[in-house]
Design a binder for this molecule. Sequence first.
Ligand code: NAD
Ligand code: UGA
Length: 445
Amino acid sequence: MRIAMIGTGYVGLVSGVCFSDFGHDVVCVDTSPEKVDMLNRGEVPIFEPGLDIMMEKNVAAGRLRFTTEIEPALDGVDAVFIAVGTPTRRGDGHADLTYVMAAAEDVARNLKGYAVIVVKSTVPVGTNKKVRERVALTNPEAEFDVASNPEFLREGAALDDFMRPDRVVVGVETDRAAEVMAEIYRPLFLRDFPIVTTDLESAEMIKYAANAFLATKITFINEIARLCERVGADVKEVAKGIGLDGRIGNKFLHAGPGYGGSCFPKDTMALARTGQEYAAPVQIIETVIKVNDEIKRRMIDKILEACDWSVAGKKIAVLGVTFKPNTDDMRDAPSLTIVPALVGAGAKVVVVDPKGRREGEALLPGVTWDADPYAAAEEADALVILTEWNEFRALDLKRFAETMATPRLVDLRNIYSEEDAQRAGFDTYVAVGRGQGPGQTRGHD
Ligand code: NAD
Ligand code: UGA
């Protein structure tokens, strides 16, 4: 199949590369000349494990190209995927469809012959039909169908999620479009990955419902974590105990500093707005959004409390600022709420992140960056773990305790235990949902 991919961000680039790995002929189009130049030099603009190797292989095989020019890219294509951003619209919280509609118009103006226009971006219910109308209006001669094909990959595990998905969802209106989509996903179908073929609206809703459910699951365990702190229970034990129930499942039950990222925050917000617009408020999601914001702010108090309620002039080493490990994405990361609050309270913050610096420097003014966690924490008054990168999971805690001014560990991802911290010489260990009494476990209390 010949495929054009409009947008080469986290989703467009991964999808384009993976489709070419299926054996399809793929042209990726982006309006950013810098991005396309990088890609044409063989450089990957984002950090996604394994993507560079797969990209290189398929470019070398002649199945994958990058361009800013949409017109030649659409020559003879069977399908055009739209994978541009759908951020939160300023002011009202709805999904901003400006980029999707602009891409749809670009496609309409340049389409020659029949193709399926596939919306891969996460878009509110009704958008695929709006895309169909916009394309027809822009180019009444265009011969096309629309299809909804929401993407479920996670950053940091994107290739595996794309190549071994739990399911592929396809919303269509015609048999012809269904056949093209089936041909594109044939390699997955042949390996028995479930393909859910449905109508446009259901496909659009599946994506929002899935993200909202996962955000709710995380928020649920975060609220239970808070209660665990008060009653002396350990949220890790609780998560294990409930997760073994097959109806609940053990995934997405890690308590932490609140969900962040490019999708859960904006998609929960957009779903809540859709509910309000259709007079069917999704109250549980409205609450999840509110609680998640509170959770992020509560983390600031945890750090302040560990530092005896004053961080002015104190040195704090923060490990991890990306919204999760294995990505350089800083969008809506909890660190963007927590770190500025510490800087604002007068702390001298030193940040270590394996991949977050390039994006993070502009977003976190007033902090110092260091590549080495041990150097960052020298003479520090607190060590805060904000993102659970693998390189932070097996630190020599003793070395930290020996060189810090005050050995305090605030572990917002629960990757260590109080015993680990005490054995290493920390006199304060604060975690999430593993406390005894109000506040948290405090070794020196
Ligand atoms: P992104 O911001 O990383 O990338 C969007 C790209 O589109 C940019 O490179 C931009 O230059 C390009 N672009 C914008 N308008 C264009 C146009 N008219 N023509 C060509 N290129 C254009 O976005 P993303 O994170 O890849 O997300 C894309 C969509 O996929 C969103 O709707 C998002 O909700 C959804 N999604 C994202 C993820 C994820 O993990 N990031 C996962 C599933 C779904
Ligand atoms: C999420 C979904 O998992 C993907 O299926 C979806 O395609 C994507 O959003 C999207 O629509 O863009 P992603 O944002 O890459 O993927 O990352 P997740 O692994 O889901 O993590 C999201 C946030 O939740 C992170 O801040 C993470 O730290 C947090 N989280 C996750 C927890 O706090 N606890 C958990 O148990 C799991």
